[in-house]
Design a binder for this molecule. Sequence first.
Ligand code: ADP
Length: 249
Amino acid sequence: IVKGSHGAVLRPELMLEDVSVRLGDVDVLSAISLRMQERRVGIVGRNGSGKTTLARIIAGLQAPTRGSARIDGDDMARDRKSALRAVGILFQNPDHQIIFPTVDEEIAFGLMQLGHDRDAAARETSAILSRFGKSGWHGAATHSLSQGQKQLVCLMAVLAMRPRLIVLDEPYSGLDIPTRMQLVRYVDAVEASVVQITHDPDHVRAFDRVIWLDEGSVRMDGPTDEVLAAFEAQMTAWGQDDDLSDLAG
Ligand code: ADP
């Protein structure tokens, strides 16, 4: 995060221009154009609305079929190195993210991808563990940790890389309430900008802006309370709408 000449924080600018994704014969995302520069942006939508696909595009992990995603002008699909530097992502299931047997290796890996040598990566790893009060986790086996602890390792690994933007894709599902509350407190304290994907309006109620994704398109984008009120009303309608005859038999 860079300070401007007046001391104001200059937030990274994320630009999606006409982003479409077609997989097979399915339009997963259709012509999405958005500019985001807020500290906290929520993207809500029901299952299958395209949220995870959009998260992967914002993090530069997937190239759109058409259009572009840029962070501070750099095209995420064309410039993998600057995407890796600028944006971190936390997935729903930490087991799909963690690949190393120890906490230290897991955190150091991202730093070495950024070009740190082994010693520098080890120093930064110690620094982030100590910042989170987890110096006791040096050498700990990743498989022995709880889901919440694993998710915290993933968060530390992402933060160690000092991204300007962090994408969170349903990071709290599968965690019990106290564990989720702890992780939420850690995320609240993060200085980087956050784009959080979720199906749960409660997770983004305090955010600066909320975008509602529906069937691969932006259905609503505006003040958080207005978007969430409309989304919740539609979810209730959907819940009452379903044809239950299949279940009755
Ligand atoms: P969400 O995260 O909102 O549940 P996704 O981005 O995971 O939505 O998926 C959006 C839609 O795209 C879904 O209908 C899903 O079935 C479809 N989809 C996702 N990945 C693929 C794929 N690799 N091939 C075909 N369809 C896919």
